[in-house]
Design a protein around this ligand. Structure first.
Ligand SMILES: Nc1ncnc2c1ncn2[C@@H]1O[C@H](COP(=O)(O)OP(=O)(O)OP(=O)(O)O)[C@@H](O)[C@H]1O
Length: 355
C-alpha cells in the first residue's frame, strides 16, 4: 500500500470542508478524484502534499506516518511531487533550471534532467527557454518533469489541464498520462471534469460536499453509480419513473427493460436511469414507440423532442446526417441497449430530457 488516508477531516473556522475521508492507493495506481467546484478536492490534495494539516485523521505513505494529531512531516520531506493548475514554474529559471531545481548538485544531475525530458516527451531544444517562451501545454509538461525529477513516491496533480484550451488539453493530457505510465509513479489527479476523470487512470473517486461518496474502477463507477446524484454528475443521464417486475426487469415508458443494477433498496415504484448513448432512434415507422414533436438542428447534431406513449417526453440528440430522417410529426421506433440502473423513487417528478 503506498498512500493511506484515514478519517481525514478539515475545518477552516466553523466551516467543515472535508469530512471523514478515507482511502488507500496501491503503488503504481493512477487515481482521479472528481468533484464539483468547492467540494474540497484541492484541500484534500494540499493535506496529502503537506501544505495543510488535517483537523482530524491521518495520512500515511509506505508505512510512514506523514500527518496525524501529533505528527506533521514537512512538505519537502514527504517524497511527494505536486503540479499546480498553472504549473507554477519559476519564471526566472530556464526549463533546465526549473527541472534541476529539486535535484542535488551531482554529476548525475544533468543526466536526470535529460531523462525526465525524454519521459515527458519534451524536445531537448526547449532546455534553454524560459517559461514565457513555452506554450501552456509545454509549461505543464515541464512542471510534471520537474515534479518527477527527484523520483517521488507519489505525484499529485491539481487540475493541471484546466487552464489549457480544448485541443491542447487533450494532447497535453495524453502526453502526461503516457509519461506517468512509463514512470510507474503512483498519481492522484483532482479535477472537476468528468471525462478527464473517467479516462485518467485505474481508479476513480467521487467527492461531494467534502465526503468521498464512491470509489472504484472508472467503468464500474460509471456503470453503477451508487446514487442518482453521482449518476448525473458523471455524465448525461435520463431518469424515468418505473416499476419492477420482480424478475430482473423494470417497466417504464420504453417498455420492459433489463435491470443492470438494482440500487433501489426494494419497493415496486422506482426510477430507472439510462445513458443517452443507450438509446437508438429508428424509423420513421408506422405506429412507432414515440412521436417527434420538434426537431432542431444544433451544430453537428439534431435535437429531437420525443413524446412517448404514456405522455413521457424527452429530448434526444442524434447525428446531423441521421436527424434529417426524423421531421417533426413522424413516428419513430426507440430501442434501448443494455439495461437500466434502478434507484428509489424520487420525491419530486423526474426531469425529462437528456443533456
Ligand atoms: N484557507 C482556507 N480558508 C477558508 N476556507 C477555505 C480555505 N481553503 C479552502 N476553503 C474553502 O473550502 C471549500 C473547498 O475548497 P477547495 O479549494 O478544496 O475546493 P475544490 O473542490 O478544489 O474547488 P475548486 O475546484 O473550485 O478549486 C471552499 O468552500 C473554500 O472556500
Amino acid at each position: 500500500m503506498t498512500l493511506q488516508l484515514s478519517d481525514v477531516s478539515k475545518s477552516f473556522g466553523a466551516t467543515t470542508v472535508l469530512e471523514a475521508v478515507g482511502f488507500e492507493v496501491e503503488r503504481g495506481t493512477r487515481l482521479a478524484i472528481v468533484g464539483a467546484s468547492g467540494s474540497g478536492k484541492s484541500t484534500l490534495l494540499r493535506i496529502i502534499a503537506g501544505f495543510e494539516e488535517p483537523t482530524t485523521g491521518s495520512v500515511g505513505l509506505e508505512g510512514r506516518r506523514l500527518a496525524d494529531s501529533t505528527t506533521n512531516v514537512g512538505a519537502h520531506r514527504r517524497g511527494i511531487g505536486y503540479v499546480a493548475q498553472d504549473g507554477a514554474l519559476f519564471p526566472h529559471l530556464t526549463v533546465r533550471g526549473n527541472i534541476a531545481f529539486g535535484l542535488r548538485r551531482s554529476p548525475s544531475r544533468e543526466k536526470r534532467v535529460h531523462e525526465v525530458m525524454e519521459l515527458t516527451s519534451l524536445d531537448p531544444e526547449l532546455l534553454e527557454r524560459y517559461p514565457h517562451q513555452l506554450s501552456g501545454g509545454q509549461q505543464q509538461r515541464v512542471a510534471l518533469a520537474r515534479a518527477l525529477a527527484p523520483a517521488p513516491t507519489v505525484i499529485l496533480l491539481d487540475e493541471p489541464f484546466s487552464a489549457l484550451d480544448t485541443g491542447l488539453r487533450a494532447h497535453t493530457r495524453e502526453a502526461m498520462v503516457a509519461a506517468l505510465e512509463r514512470s510507474g509513479v503512483t498519481t492522484i489527479l483532482v479535477t472537476h471534469d468528468q471525462e478527464e476523470a473517467l479516462s485518467f487512470g485505474h481508479q476513480l473517486a467521487v467527492i461531494s460536499g467534502g465526503r468521498l461518496v464512491q470509489a472504484g474502477p472508472p467503468s464500474e463507477v460509471f456503470d453503477a453509480p451508487l446514487s442518482a446524484e453521482v449518476a448525473e454528475f458523471l455524465g448525461a443521464a435520463l431518469f424515468l419513473p418505473a416499476r419492477t417486475t420482480g424478475s430482473g426487469q423494470a417497466v417504464c415508458a420504453f417498455g420492459e427493460l433489463d435491470v443492470r443494477h438494482d440500487l433501489s433498496n426494494g419497493g415496486q415504484a422506482v426510477r430507472a436511469m439510462l445513458r443517452p448513448s443507450q438509446l437508438h432512434v429508428g424509423g420513421p415507422t408506422g405506429e412507432g414507440d414515440a412521436r417527434v414533436t420538434a426537431a432542431r438542428q444544433n451544430g453537428s447534431t439534431v435535437e429531437l423532442d420525443l413524446s412517448l406513449h404514456d405522455g413521457f417526453a424527452l429530448t434526444h440528440r442524434v447525428p446531423l446526417y441521421d436527424g434529417h430522417r426524423f421531421p417533426a410529426g413522424c413516428a419513430v421506433s426507440v430501442r434501448v441497449d443494455g439495461g437500466v440502473v434502478l434507484y428509489a423513487a424520487a420525491a419530486t417528478s423526474d426531469r425529462a430530457g437528456t443533456r
